[in-house]
Design a binder for this molecule. Structure first.
Ligand code: SF4
Length: 455
């Protein structure tokens, strides 16, 4: 097969770890706008903000823009709520030609008033999309007016898709959240207390993580934003520590809470045995004034690992030596997945992210095996090229990577917001191993056209 070429302008965002290249300084380009015409896998600013805010279950989420933007998030995601389900409704102002020409403020005002009257939300988020940025609607003014008239917080989210990268969407969401933080009371919050940031309760993962911390004796004041409520977010400034998952999404909020309320933060990942255990131990270490937290964490980890290890070892026997491609939103998740896949005897041959920064890529480079390809803001052609060239047996990614894997005739595991199976925590590690085992060892790949041609 002829080698698949890559675009010249993309070369600096692709790195192959190898003996020959390791002589030159590692300086991978990242944090830049996607190259026009390259068909980036990266989602837009609006999507970034929705990822962060959408799981707030008792809030109204109104997308100010054409209906197409709303379709992007129409109940396809797995963020669960233990109570209200309002977050699953993707409301849109459905802007059309007339509003694009004459402005969409009246329609926004009317939609907000009608929806607030109908659903009585605890707060409302209004997402600006590309067209709103172009026509220049004064979304702030409309939100202020409705907030005054209806007596609830109506928060504009400046997430016009073209404003930057998905990371700018995270920042816009954190700006909106920060307006809520500090507006509630902090009565009853104990000294060993945390906020869990960047955990979105996909398939109930936040419930498992929250349960671990509570079994250790740590109070969880809020989860932002998995299964969260507006009232919880309002009192989040009373927690003693912020535990931030995901490298990009909520670090902005954690930094602002440090500056404004003096709350320190640590980073954590809940994927894989090693990182999950570390997330618990790091919190225990922070509250070292209570040594029982550490003792309970050790017991919890020991029992949980003993419970899943026999099956993991059985699965490992089938997966040993298989190759995996990993392309995810945040690089922090990629770190955890590399460790988790190694535990299963697998080798990562491609690792990439949509939003990694230079520190993230340095870490990826250090932890990857020789010959691993590292990609920033990749496109389908590049991913296909390296999956083929590196002989991957498995692709771990999201909804946009799934067709690439299936077209190439290899196993796929969904590790994005659409997944319906919990992959975090100790139980999640077992689910991940089972998922990978099922897909990689499936006999169906023998019949994939790409494989048939090779054989
Ligand atoms: S905000 Fe812009 S880029 Fe994002 S989905 Fe809407 S039109 Fe597309």
């Amino acid at each position: 097969m002829t080698a698949i070429p890559i675009l010249k302008q993309r070369e600096q965002q692709i790195y192959e770890k190898g003996e020959a290249k390791d002589g030159r300084p590692f300086d991978m380009a990242c944090d830049r706008h996607s190259l026009a015409g390259s068909v980036s896998q990266r989602a837009c600013v609006f999507c970034g903000s929705r990822v962060v805010l959408y799981p707030i279950a008792d809030a109204l989420h109104l997308i100010h823009g054409p209906i197409g933007c709303a379709a992007y998030t129409w109940d396809i995601r797995g963020a669960l709520s233990s109570g209200p389900q309002l977050h699953r409704m993707s409301f849109s102002t459905d802007l059309r030609e007339q509003q694009v020409i004459f402005g969409g403020e009246k329609r926004l005002y009317q939609a907000l008033c009608d929806l607030i009257d109908a659903y009585r939300p605890a707060a409302a988020f209004v997402y600006s999309t590309c067209i709103v940025g172009i026509i220049g609607d004064d979304v702030e003014a409309v939100c202020r007016r409705v907030s005054r008239e209806k007596g609830i917080d109506v928060l504009p989210v400046h997430s016009e898709g073209f404003r930057g990268t998905k990371k700018d969407g995270y920042r816009a969401a954190c700006d909106a959240l920060f307006k809520l933080v500090g507006t509630g009371d902090t009565v009853g919050i104990q000294p060993a207390s945390i906020n869990i940031l960047g955990e979105f309760n996909i398939a109930g993962e936040a419930w498992a993580i929250r349960d671990y911390y509570e079994r250790m004796g740590v109070q969880v004041v809020s989860v932002m934003t998995g299964d969260s409520r507006v009232a919880e977010i309002r009192r989040a400034h009373g927690a003693a520590l912020n535990v931030v998952q995901c490298s990009g999404a909520m670090t902005f909020l954690a930094e602002r809470m440090t500056a404004e309320y003096g709350i320190p933060f640590i980073r954590a990942s809940y994927f894989g045995i090693e990182d999950m255990a570390k997330a618990l131990y790091d919190v225990a270490a922070h509250f070292r004034f209570d040594p029982t937290l550490q003792e309970r964490a050790e017991t919890l980890v020991r029992d949980a690992v003993n419970g899943i290890m026999p099956e993991l070892l059985r699965i490992k026997a089938d997966l040993a030596g298989k190759r995996a491609a990993v392309y995810v939103g945040g690089a922090f998740k990629a770190f955890s997945l590399i460790k988790a896949l190694r535990l299963l005897g697998m080798r990562v041959v491609l690792a990439g992210s949509q939003t990694g920064n230079s520190d993230d890529y340095q870490t990826l480079r250090d932890m990857c095996d020789p010959d691993t390809v590292i990609l920033d803001d990749a496109n389908p052609l590049e991913l296909s090229k390296y999956v083929i060239e590196k002989g991957a047996d498995l692709f771990i990614g999201g909804v946009k990577e799934r067709p690439i894997a299936f077209k190439l005739g290899i196993g796929f595991c969904d590790h994005n917001h659409e997944r319906k199976i919990s992959l975090a925590g100790f139980e999640g590690m077992l689910h991940l191993a089972r998922e990978i085992h099922t897909t990689v060892t499936s006999p169906v790949w023998r019949f994939a056209p790409f494989r048939c041609k090779k054989e």
